[in-house]
Design a protein around this ligand. Structure first.
Ligand code: PLP
Length: 399
């Protein structure tokens, strides 16, 4: 962030975001941020509700809880035995770990739709087939953690409209986990329909510290209308003076990141965000072309969504080294390049991934490209390679 933003964050560290009576202007700034975000996500009218959170993880937890509580209220009214079994949530295997936490913490069955070669995002047909009267909702991911691909939320919405139309069914909503895409797609692809323009999308979350360009940890969630955030989840707190509603899981935390988010909104504006993101995408495209030009790798994400470069070794490459060897070569020059297997059903595919951020300059990218080519050249001549499978435990991408 800019030096002025550093100063501002430092000066506001002591403000407690929960204490809206003592810091009414901070509360106002948070509301303004929610308004700006709701506008970016095309919330239909002034009925939306939202809050800042500690990153997308807390926001997803709130989105999931709202769906669960709303489902339970409606299911009881419809005469469904809500105690007979756990409710379920449908999501692709490209989910981030916060959804697994949500399901474990709240006794929700996670119905995972596996990704496969032909479906590197949510397989909508399979998702719809998994729905029953215990389904609290379907999560669409705008920016799959593993590959940066987007789920096709518009197609999911269409399929759900069809599903929900049949009489006697509890309608099934969509929560969009837009941790990465929520602050990227509105600037770069404003015509992409993934947000509140779609009827079944009831809530959306994002991380302010990803393409919102603020330091960690700040997140946001917005609900389309109060109807989608059951009353039971809104607590009225009076001991700080005045009666204030709170819907966050956390209580005390510094307000500095909220203020940092507002600073960025005012400082950059829509055009500023768009030009920063365009530059970031140019860097990602350059890196992706560098990788593709070697002929050794299959690039899985062409950067036409998020500025993420993700690739695997081509089978035809016939090289004796693995992506783990390449990662350790790159590490010799100080580059940490995540290398990991894809999730369940695709775990045989090992990928390498760069998430390009706004502060990754073209100069740095050129330097990286040189080191990348040098690493490949030295691997081609290497007489001794590391172990076939690294000794450390290989795990999926977990953060
Ligand atoms: C799709 C998705 N959801 C949730 C999260 C969790 O975000 P946070 O780190 O803001 O809690 C991430 C982080 O990588 C993510 O990619």
């Amino acid at each position: 962030m800019e030096p002025e933003a550093h100063l501002l964050l430092g000066e506001t560290l002591e403000k407690n975001a929960i204490d809206k009576s003592e810091y009414p202007r901070t509360a106002e700034i948070e509301n303004r941020c929610v308004n700006i975000i709701a506008g970016l996500w095309n919330a239909p009218d002034e009925k939306y509700m939202g809050t800042s959170t500690v990153g997308s993880s807390e926001a997803c937890m709130l989105g999931g809880m709202a769906m669960k509580f709303r489902w339970r209220n409606r299911a009881k009214k419809a005469g469904i035995d809500v105690a007979a079994k756990n409710p379920n949530l449908i999501i692709s295997s490209g989910y981030q770990v916060c959804w697994e936490k949500f399901c474990v913490y709240w006794d929700v069955e996670m119905r995972v739709i596996p990704m496969d070669k032909d479906h590197m995002s949510l397989d909508i047909g399979k998702a719809i087939a998994q729905i029953d009267e215990y389904t609290i909702g379907v999560v669409g991911i705008l920016g799959i953690t593993y590959t940066g691909n987007y789920d096709d939320i518009e197609a999911l919405d269409k399929a759900l409209t069809e599903y929900n139309r049949r009489p006697g069914r509890l309608s099934v909503p969509i929560h969009v986990d837009a941790a990465s895409g929520g602050f990227f797609a509105p600037f770069m692809e404003p015509d992409l329909r993934w947000d509140f323009r779609l009827d079944n999308v009831v809530s959306i979350n994002t991380s302010g510290h990803k393409y919102g360009l603020v330091y960690p940890g700040i997140g946001w969630i917005v609900w389309r209308e109060p109807e989608y955030l059951p009353e039971e989840l809104i607590f009225k707190v009076s001991y700080l003076g005045g009666e204030m509603p709170t819907m966050a899981i956390n209580f005390s935390r510094s307000a500095s990141q909220i203020i940092g988010q507002y600073y960025n909104f005012l400082r950059f504006g829509f055009d500023g965000y768009r030009s920063i993101h365009r530059r970031t995408r140019d860097v990602a495209v350059y890196l992706s072309k560098t990788v593709a030009a070697t002929g050794l790798f299959e690039v899985l994400n062409d950067c036409n969504k998020l500025p993420i470069v993700c690739y695997r070794l081509r089978r035809s490459a016939k090289v004796p080294w693995t992506l783990y060897d390449l990662a350790s070569r790159l590490q010799m020059n100080g580059w940490q390049v995540p290398t990991y297997p894809l999730p369940a059903d695709m775990q045989d595919v090992v990928i390498q991934r760069y998430v390009v951020r706004g502060d990754f300059s073209m100069n740095m990218a050129v330097e990286f490209a040189e080191d990348f080519e040098t690493a490949l050249a030295s691997l081609a001549e290497a007489r001794m390679l590391g172990q076939k499978v690294p000794r450390f435990k290989i795990r999926g991408f977990t953060h």
